[in-house]
Design a protein around this ligand. Structure first.
Ligand code: COI
Length: 376
């Protein structure tokens, strides 16, 4: 129950009405916005420190027309971002500014979140790259937990979907010249979702994009900056109009190596070896990507993070995509120039095996020996 006290909405624990579900057609959830009850907001002061955030009814955000996010795609307060990431190697410094994570319902009625520490760290890295102030990991995780709990009647019944949670960090302060914003706002909102692709769980048909690129070296492709998403829409729309599910990008320097798909990372399987492009600045460090690598290693696969020439597509046994929204999606075919290659899919596939283990952990069916899940 949420009550209002001292100007804040406070969560004060359960009563039987909380166990009721929101009125949603759970059997027909796609990946779209369903307005939920609450969102979380926290602002930073001019010293770059985020103050006590709070839940409020879900609704529109009030912004100045000169907010840095609207004009320059951001934004930093008087703040030293390197102090928080000095333990990270150089290769990940240039990477974080929205996030995506999900809340799951288990068979026995528990509510679980997944690896939020990874999202919190990735947001810090992104904030560094875009010169923005950022909430601490504690603040990030606490905000996501509060948002999930306050909206728990929107977490779909087991097997029907998940509550997708979107933490968003924006330069909300007004600024005209190009510079970091004088104020930042951290928001967390959510929506119940089903499958990301309209194909549902059916294999994806991808095409390799040769004209447009998702990211360039030295750019912001490795962080979850909002600026990485609008530029892919044209390539995606063209591919969809030709009957493909999405686009697989190549590196912009040589048009030779695989990068990622518009909304997810990519993996190739050949025998016992699973390969995925190395995250050297242009590839998003997906939490699902990292989790699948760890699960694959635990189950005897060899995993290679490296440059993957596009020609290797011709030779792969299996290809699959990973992402928080996408999950683990099998690829049925890839078209490159005038060649179309088809891949193994189905119950016996490596992707299906890894997906089942990952979903099992996330939904409490498989014991979480890794400490990845957070009970709320
Ligand atoms: C996610 O997987 O959480 C993403 O942010 C991808 C987005 C295009 C839906």
């Amino acid at each position: 129950t949420l009550i209002e006290a001292f100007g804040f909405l406070l969560f004060v624990g359960g009563d039987s009405s909380e166990d009721e579900y929101a009125k949603v057609d759970w059997d027909n959830l796609g990946f779209g916005i369903t307005p939920v009850d609450y969102m979380y907001t926290m602002k930073c002061s001019s010293d770059g420190k985020f103050e006590q955030g709070q839940l409020a009814p879900y609704g529109n955000v009030h912004l100045s027309p000169s907010a840095a996010v609207l004009n320059y795609g951001q934004a930093s307060c008087n703040f030293n971002p390197f102090s928080i990431i000095e333990n990270f190697p150089d290769c990940v410094r240039y990477f974080g500014l929205y996030e995506g994570t999900k809340a799951y319902r288990t068979e026995d009625g528990r509510l679980l979140l997944f690896r939020l520490d990874q999202n919190a760290t990735r947001m810090k890295m992104g904030a560094d790259r875009l010169c923005m102030a950022c909430p601490s990991s504690y603040q990030f995780i606490d905000a996501v937990k509060q948002t999930a709990l306050a909206n728990k009647r929107w977490i779909p019944p087991r097997g029907k979907g998940t509550l997708y949670i979107r933490p968003l960090l924006i330069g909300s302060g007004a600024i005209l010249g190009l510079a970091p914003a004088p104020e930042y706002t951290f928001l967390v909102y959510a929506s119940p979702v089903g499958n990301y692709f309209k194909e549902g769980l059916k294999p994806l048909n991808l095409c390799v994009e040769e004209e447009f690129h998702r990211a360039t070296r030295g750019g912001a492709g490795g962080v979850k900056s909002i600026t990485n998403y609008a530029p892919v829409l044209k390539a995606m729309a063209r591919a969809k109009s030709r009957g493909f599910s999405d686009v697989l990008y190549l590196d912009s320097a040589n048009k030779k190596n695989l990068e990622e798909v518009s909304s997810c990372n990519i993996f190739l399987v050949k025998g016992n070896i699973i390969s995925t492009p190395a995250t050297s600045g242009t590839i998003l460090q997906g939490v699902t990507r990292r989790s699948i690598i760890e699960i694959a290693l635990d189950h005897g696969y060899q995993v290679e993070e490296r440059a993957i020439p596009v020609d290797e597509l011709m030779d792969a046994d299996e290809v699959f995509c990973t992402g928080t929204a996408v999950g683990v999606a099998p690829v049925g075919s890839i078209t490159y120039q005038d060649r179309r290659v088809e891949y193994n899919v189905g119950e016996e596939s490596v992707s299906q095996k890894l997906y089942s283990i990952l979903e099992g952990i996330k939904t409490g069916v498989i014991e979480d020996k890794k400490g990845w899940t957070i009970k709320i």
